[in-house]
Design a protein around this ligand. Structure first.
Ligand SMILES: [Zn+2]
Length: 338
């Protein structure tokens, strides 16, 4: 890296499948690396993988690192800076804040990935000039980070981002991964595509021939990527499932607009970003019919796949007051002991 900065920051976007790590200065990303998140090991394996990646890539700069930000999958125990029983990683729970502060002797702030992404929009994305905005992710799951009157919402347990569990159809018997029924995420989470398709086939709500229906009946697992492929090829079952996706997402977005009154909503997440041409216009036009406040600007995030990294960077450089309150004391204590 030829870039010379006085102070560096490390941004980490910890996903269920991949971990992205970037060397940054306060203005943005300088260099980044991506690797597969460890799927086996103990509660320290993931923190150790992050530590060894940082040391091997940027070992000569560790002294000049000012702070680290981690945007992680949840659920988060925000006080301890650890992840507890994540849905899609086989390691039952793992520590992030404590082992990394101990080995690097730097502040490490750990925040849910959607919450961090919203903060990233404020400093590096489209929300620079806004005090009221929402970052929404439409990916394997559905989640959001919310800023109201300039404050990043955290909640009593750090779970103020779980908008995917808003009930969009209380008469539905489709069960969400969380156990609830009719949640936004059951209709629009990439992980639930197969469930929705099976439901539609079992309800026998389709008369026309559908190749996708044959696949579902044969027991093939259909993911979001395949669903949208079938949609693009004109498959009628795919059309039904995508229509449901759009209706549920419009209902969910209308609900968060009515609750938080944002000026701006940016949308990221692989399912949305890969299918903006199919999803954007119908979702935005349906949202308006269910909102009581003036509708906000809605647009795809321009930070793309890096929105989590920018979020983590924003958390490290411009640490939200509430996060500094919750995690700052423990960080000082561990650095003091080291
Ligand atoms: Zn749910």
């Amino acid at each position: 890296v030829s870039h010379i900065a006085e102070e560096y920051y490390i941004a980490i976007d910890l996903g269920a499948t991949k971990t992205r790590i970037a060397l940054c200065d306060k203005n943005g990303i300088i260099e980044k690396t991506v690797y597969y998140t460890p799927r086996q090991g103990n509660e320290y394996t993931i923190a150790e993988s992050i530590h060894s990646k940082i040391v091997s890539m940027w070992g000569n700069k560790v002294d000049k690192i000012k702070a680290l930000g981690i945007a992680t999958i949840g659920p988060l125990d925000i006080k301890e800076g650890r992840v507890v029983r994540p849905a899609n990683v086989p390691i039952r729970s793992f520590e992030l804040l404590k082992p990394l502060v101990k080995t690097l002797k730097k502040p490490v702030y750990v925040v849910n990935d959607c919450v961090a992404a919203a903060w990233g929009e404020k400093y590096y994305g489209d929300a620079v000039n806004y005090e009221n905005f929402i970052y929404l992710t439409l990916s394997t799951g559905v989640g959001a980070g919310v800023v109201v009157d300039g404050n990043l919402l955290i909640g009593k347990m750090g779970n103020a981002h779980e908008v995917g569990h808003i009930v969009v159809d209380f008469t539905s018997d489709l069960q969400c991964g969380c156990g609830g029924r009719g949640h936004w995420e059951v209709f629009a989470g990439g992980a639930n595509v197969n469930k929705v398709l099976r439901y539609l086939v079992e309800k026998n709500s389709l008369n026309a021939y559908s190749e996708l229906k044959e696949k579902v009946l044969s027991g093939e697992q259909i993911d979001a990527r395949k669903l949208f492929e079938y949609y693009r090829n004109g498959d009628p079952l795919a059309k039904k499932a995508v229509d449901i996706y759009i209706e549920a997402t419009a209902a969910g977005i209308a609900s968060i607009i009515n609750v938080y009154d944002p000026e701006l909503i940016t949308i990221g997440g692989s399912v949305f970003l890969n299918n903006v041409d199919i999803l954007y216009e119908p979702i935005v036009s349906r949202v308006k019919t269910n909102t009581i406040t003036q509708p906000p600007i809605i647009k795809p995030t321009r930070l793309g796949d890096d929105v989590g990294l920018y979020g983590a960077l924003a958390i490290a450089v411009h640490t939200p007051r509430k996060i500094a309150e919750i995690q700052g004391k423990m960080i000082s204590r561990i650095i003091g002991e080291a």
